[in-house]
Ligand binder design. Structure first.
Ligand code: NAD
Ligand code: MG
Length: 393
C-alpha cells in the first residue's frame, strides 16, 4: 500500500489524481491533502478519502475546514501555512507526493519532498524552473525518485531507455521534441490579440486546466517553462530541445535518436494517463482514460513555432541560455503578468512586455542557494508590479 500526499488537491491535477487513486483502493491510500482557499471542496475530498492531515492557506480557512470536518464526524488533523505543507510532503508516513500546487508557492513543499527522499510526482513545473540544479541536487543527494507528470515530459520519460542517466549522448539521443498545441490563438490575427479576454485565453482547444497554466498555454510561456523543465529533467542543452507545434495534442512528445529513430508517446489528451503512469511506475494501471482510436483521427499536423507570434517562448529560451537565476526571474515576472491579465489590469500582449522589461531591468546572478532564488523571485515581482502600475490599461 502506497501512502500519498497531494499538494494542491482541489486543482485540476489534484482532482484527476484523486480520480485515479479512487480506482485502485487496494494500492493507494491518501495520507494528506492540501488546498489554498477552496475549503468546501477540500472538506468533501476529506470525507471521501479520509486523510490523516489536511492543510490550507490561512488560519481562517483552517478554522472553517475544522468546523466542516467536525460536523461530518471526521478526525482529519487541520493545519495551515507553508511549514505545514512541507511537513505533509516530508512526513515519514508518506511514500509519494503529488506536487500540484501552481506557481512558486509550490517550491518549498516540493523541495521538502525531494529532500526527504520521496517519490516526487512533479506537476508543479515552476518549482523546477526556479530552482533547477539545486532541485536536481536535492533529488540526487536524498535518493528521491522524480517522475514527470507534465504530459510532454512524461511522454519523453516513456520514450527514453530505462535507467536513462540525464546524459543524452550516452543514450544516443539526438533531440528531445516537445510538442505544443499552440493554444487557442495559434491562428488568430496577431493584431487582434490585445483585445482577447481572460475567458478567451483560458479556453484551451484540447485540455481543461487551471487558469494560470491556461494563459501560459495561450502565450506559449507554458512551452517555454517546459523547455527549461526538460533541460533539468533530461540533462539536454537548449540546442537539443526543439518545440514542434502539433494542434491535435495526440502525440505528447518525442525523442529522436542518432540512428534516425523517433520514438513518440500517443494518447487521448487526459492528464490521468501521465498521473497513472507515474503513480504505478514501473508498472501500469488503469487510469479511466479511453483507448486512443487512431482510425477516428482526422490527421496529425506539425509546424514550427512562430517566435514573433509567441515572444514568451523566445524569452524562455533566453532565460535558459542565460542560466543562474534568470529562469526564476522569468517565472516570477510571468506569474505577476498573468495575474494582472486575469485581473484585467493589462492586455494579453502586455504579458510578454512585462517579462521582457523585468528580464532587462533586473540583474540576475548565480543560483547558489534557495535563498538566492527566492530573493530573485521577490525582486522580479516588485519590478513587474512597478512596470504594470505604470502601464496599466
Ligand atoms: P489549478 O489552479 O487548477 O490548481 C492549483 C492548486 O494549487 C489548487 O489546489 C490550489 O488550492 C493550490 N494553490 C494555489 N495557490 C496556492 C498557494 N499560494 N499556496 C498553496 N496552494 C496553492 O492548477 P492546475 O491546472 O491543477 O496546475 C497545477 C500545476 O500543475 C501547475 O504548476 C501546472 O503548470 C501543472 N500542470 C497542470 C496541467 C493540467 O492539465 N492542469 C498539466 C501539466 C502541468
Ligand atoms: Mg505540458
Amino acid at each position: 500500500m502506497q501512502r500519498i500526499t497531494i499538494l494542491g488537491a482541489t486543482g485540476s491535477i489534484g482532482v484527476s489524481t484523486l480520480d485515479v487513486l479512487a480506482r485502485h483502493p487496494e494500492r493507494y491510500s491518501v495520507y494528506a491533502l492540501s488546498a489554498h482557499s477552496r475549503v468546501e471542496e477540500l472538506a468533501a475530498q476529506c470525507e471521501r478519502f479520509r486523510p490523516a492531515r489536511a492543510v490550507v492557506g490561512s488560519a481562517a480557512a483552517a478554522e472553517q475546514l475544522g468546523a466542516l470536518l467536525r460536523a461530518k464526524g471526521l478526525r482529519t488533523e487541520v493545519e495551515y501555512g507553508e511549514q505545514a505543507l512541507c511537513a505533509i510532503a516530508s512526513a515519514a508516513e508518506v511514500d509519494a507526493v503529488m506536487a500540484a500546487i501552481v506557481g512558486a508557492a509550490g517550491l518549498a513543499p516540493t523541495l521538502a519532498a525531494a529532500r526527504a527522499g520521496k517519490k516526487v510526482l512533479l506537476a508543479n513545473k515552476e518549482a523546477l524552473v526556479m530552482s533547477g540544479q539545486l532541485f536536481m541536487d536535492a533529488v540526487q543527494d536524498s535518493g528521491a525518485v522524480l517522475l514527470p507528470i507534465d504530459s510532454e515530459h512524461n511522454a519523453i520519460f516513456q520514450c527514453l531507455p530505462h535507467g536513462y542517466g540525464r546524459a543524452p549522448e550516452a543514450a544516443g539521443v539526438a533531440k528531445v521534441l516537445l510538442t505544443a498545441s499552440g493554444g487557442p490563438f495559434l491562428t488568430r490575427a496577431v493584431e487582434t490579440l490585445d483585445a482577447v479576454t481572460p475567458e478567451q485565453a483560458c479556453k484551451h482547444p484540447n485540455w481543461v486546466m487551471g487558469r494560470k497554466i491556461s494563459v501560459d498555454s495561450a502565450t506559449m510561456m507554458n512551452k517555454g517553462l517546459e523547455v527549461i523543465e526538460a533541460h533539468w529533467l533530461f540533462g539536454a542543452p537548449a540546442d537539443q530541445i526543439e518545440v514542434v507545434i502539433h494542434p491535435q495534442s495526440v502525440i505528447h512528445s518525442m525523442v529522436s535518436y542518432v540512428d534516425g529513430s523517433v520514438l513518440a508517446q500517443l494518447g487521448n489528451p487526459d492528464m490521468r494517463t501521465p498521473i497513472a503512469h507515474a503513480l504505478a511506475w514501473p508498472e501500469r494501471i488503469a487510469s479511466g482514460v479511453e483507448q486512443l482510436d487512431l482510425t477516428r483521427m482526422g490527421g496529425l499536423q506539425f509546424e514550427r513555432p512562430d517566435f514573433e507570434r509567441f515572444p514568451c517562448l523566445a524569452l524562455a529560451f533566453d532565460a535558459l541560455r542565460a542560466g543562474g537565476t534568470a529562469p526564476a526571474l522569468l517565472n516570477a515576472a510571468n506569474e505577476v503578468a498573468v495575474q494582472a491579465f486575469l485581473d484585467q489590469r493589462i492586455g494579453f500582449r502586455q504579458i510578454d512586455r512585462v517579462i521582457a522589461h523585468v528580464m532587462d531591468a533586473v540583474p540576475h546572478g548565480a543560483a547558489s542557494s534557495i535563498a538566492a532564488v527566492m530573493a530573485q523571485d521577490a525582486a522580479a515581482r516588485v519590478a513587474a508590479q512597478t512596470y504594470i502600475a505604470g502601464h496599466a490599461k
